[in-house]
Design a binder for this molecule. Structure first.
Ligand code: PFF
Length: 504
């Protein structure tokens, strides 16, 4: 245990920091459009099953690993068990088979990822899982999250002027310019994404208590208050009932196998699982808190936030005669048009984007903390220098990703360099980062964490770590013991294989 280790000042501070990590763009933006696509309430039902059968059990594994080891994600696993075990070897073998299956199907990108992980598991055993959830996954997410964070900064700044709400063409043009970095304005996108990343880094630099906890304690309640204010306004609109019907009456015809996958992916993303956050934040938690109770509260807050976001967005859309669209356009194109139909549109629009910005920031700080903790422990750096190192190494990737769409086509010199000198023709960095983390890294790390806790460290030890105080905790932990061993891993494996399109 390092001498300068910090702790949360209270259990409440910890819950708010974890909820801050969980509640973010995933709840307000991603949840809404996925739900819109897969049948509203029908999706919510499947999503709730995923949250309670997979999400909550994995979160408990992560929190107990963090608290028991007293270390962050980089060293927690190797602190509690030997570096290489039979299971880490079997994982490497399974990944090699997976890679072979991908080659056979001509999916070379996926084959490369599986091969890379097989090699890592073979050479470094559980240490490789630690490395992945400390540096690889959360930092990759931090990069593309900063890009979207930048878009939100731009929207928050232009909202008070009201033009994007009054004039739909202006809003569409702004979105086009921002997302594809076109119209010669790529520097705006670059500056905004960099500003979001730097703001995140500065909060983390201030420390666990004075940075992350304080920021979450102030802004998490504010986020809830602001969403509720928007809901109250929106529910008084004519035809708001249509939105409520959409949210709460299931349409099972839209709930496909793909929808089940989307629900699972959403459970991982929204609870920040498989990205080291639970382990890092859990390592700062004092012994007296009961983990079942805190984890349950966090998951509940996150789920409430998603439903509240739905309550703010769908009645607004339906009452203004718009339909939920997929992806970026929902929040950045359709919603401004909807706000435009309200009196005082600039006020409501600004409130909405400001709320989104706060939610994005409380999440992005959690992506950097594990890496900062790892650098402090491994390189014996003070916090400030560890954050600086991250800014130097990761910083340049943020603006690059921000303008990466269409092979950098809209940034003349860079576009030439990539397509002519390097002869690269790829998807945008943004899409690669998004897909690799959500399809591969988060579920794989979640699965490995489950297996590590059940079969290597031992889930009896994890249970001791949880501090079960009362009958609820006790009952909960008994169910957890069964689910974590037999239910969650099987579900994740099935969904994982289905999602990647192998075997069935
Ligand atoms: N949970 C965040 C959201 O819903 O927006 C996203 C996230 C945060 C993913 C932190 C991963 C992570 F490590």
């Amino acid at each position: 245990m390092s001498p300068n280790r910090e702790f949360w000042t209270s259990s409440k501070g910890f819950v708010l920091a974890m909820a801050g990590s969980a509640i973010g763009l995933g709840n307000i933006w991603r949840f809404s459009y996925i739900m819109g696509k897969y049948g509203g309430a029908a999706f919510i039902l499947v999503y709730l099953a995923a949250i309670f059968l997979i999400g909550l059990p994995i979160m408990l594994c992560e929190l107990s690993l963090g608290r028991a080891s007293g270390k962050g994600p980089l060293e927690a696993m190797t602190e509690l068990a030997p570096r290489r075990t039979t299971l880490s070897f079997l994982t490497a073998v399974a990944l090699i088979l997976g890679a072979a299956a991908f080659v056979f199907k001509g999916m070379y990108f996926h084959a490369g990822v599986a091969g890379f992980f097989a090699l890592g598991a073979l050479l470094f055993g559980w240490g490789f899982l630690g490395f992945t959830v400390t540096f690889l996954t959360p930092l990759m997410i931090a990069v593309f999250y900063s890009v979207v964070g930048g878009w939100i900064i731009i929207y928050t700044i232009v909202s008070p002027l009201g033009k994007i709400f009054r004039d739909p063409a202006a809003s569409a043009e702004l979105l086009g310019n921002i997302v594809t970095a076109s119209g010669g304005k790529y520097w705006v996108t670059v500056a905004a994404a960099s500003a979001f990343f730097l703001a995140t880094a500065l909060i983390v630099m201030a420390g666990v208590q004075k940075g992350i906890e304080r920021f979450s304690k102030i802004f998490m309640p504010l986020i809830f208050i602001l969403i509720i204010v928007i809901i109250v306004r929106v529910l008084t609109l004519p035809n708001a009932k249509e939105g409520l019907r959409f949210l709460f009456l299931p349409d099972f015809s839209k709930m496909t196998a793909e929808g089940v996958m989307a629900a699972l992916g959403q459970a991982f993303f929204t609870l920040s699982l498989g990205s080291g956050v639970g382990i890092a934040y859990g390592s700062y938690l004092g012994r007296s808190s009961s983990l079942p109770k805190t984890a349950f509260t966090i998951v509940l807050l996150d789920t409430i936030a998603s439903i509240l976001a739905g309550l703010a967005i769908f009645p607004l859309l339906f009452s203004t005669g718009l339909s939920p669209e997929e992806g970026t356009s929902l929040v950045f194109k359709v919603l401004p048009i909807a706000f435009g139909k309200l009196p005082l549109s600039a006020l409501w629009g600004t409130l909405f984007f400001f709320t989104l910005l706060l939610a994005a920031l409380t999440s992005s700080i959690s992506m950097l903390e594990g890496a900062v903790q790892g650098l402090m422990q491994k390189l014996y750096l003070p916090r400030g220098k560890a954050v600086l190192l991250l800014i130097i190494v990761l910083g340049p990737l943020v603006p690059l990703t921000a303008v990466s769409s269409a092979n950098f086509a809209n940034v003349p010199k860079l576009g030439q360099f990539f397509t002519e000198t390097l002869k690269l023709r790829s998807e945008s960095f943004f899409a690669i980062l998004d897909n690799t983390t959500c399809l591969w890294l988060m579920p794989l790390a979640g699965l490995m964490t489950l297996l590590f806790v059940s079969y290597v460290w031992g889930n009896k030890k994890a249970l001791e770590e949880m501090n079960c105080f009362n009958a609820f905790d006790w009952l909960f932990s008994k169910i957890w013991l069964f689910v974590v061993r037999f239910v969650s891993p099987v579900l994740v494996i099935l969904a994982f294989l289905k999602g990647l399109g192998i075997f069935f």
